[in-house]
Design a protein. Sequence first.
Length: 120
Amino acid sequence: MKLTEEQIAISLFSGNVKTNAIKLMDKRLELFWNELLAECELNKNFEFIFKIEYWGILWMPWFIYLDDRSLSFSVNDISEDDLNTLISLGLIEFIEEIPSNDTLDIITKKYRIKSSYHSV
């Protein structure tokens, strides 16, 4: 889901920012966001790792780690674009790209849920 900067600006500056950010998401991304937020609140840790590994042609699974534990989600097709959408909506922030020595790792990035979006 690609949002234009104009769509984001109009929504975020026209009322409750948290509610409007959720309205801009499709159901798949909203479900992922709610599950990610719940896991982070449960563990009281709001930094997570997004990792894509190369396991073969057309098989590049993604993982999200919280406290070195891989999380499971109802949505099974999250991409880096989805995380970029959450950044655009002001829900999360990119922290750093983590270099890897493992040849299977394609991307390893660390993100943080912004403090205004969690209750802990």
